[in-house]
Design a protein. Structure first.
Length: 104
């Protein structure tokens, strides 16, 4: 089920409830991401898969920090630039971050 899509960022929720983010997260779409995460938050952990995110700037990091006040679980490709940004910004201090190995 797609919640919204544009040319640079797709936000989808799969059958398990995981929020899949695909594309780029920048100032142009960070507010939409922030609102989508707030709407998709349920009673349990919010799982957000960032493995297909190709760009993440400070506006996107800010949206993830806003969602971290609930039980936020992030899936990130271990070898990606997104993983580097998340580590530098100390997001693992406020959210559970799982670094996933790249497919072989």
């Amino acid at each position: 089920m797609s919640t919204h899509a544009d040319d640079r960022l797709q936000i989808e929720r799969d059958e398990s409830g995981t929020v899949q983010l695909i594309g780029e997260i920048d100032p142009a779409n960070a507010e939409r991401l922030r609102k989508a995460l707030a709407e998709l938050r349920g009673s349990g952990p919010l799982v957000v898969d960032l493995q297909q995110v190709t760009y993440l700037d400070s506006a996107g990091v800010s949206a993830l920090f806003d969602a971290a006040h609930s039980d936020l679980h992030l899936l990130v490709r271990a070898d990606s630039a997104v993983a580097t940004v998340i580590r530098i910004c100390a997001l693992p201090l406020v959210a559970h971050v799982e670094y996933v190995a790249a497919p072989a």
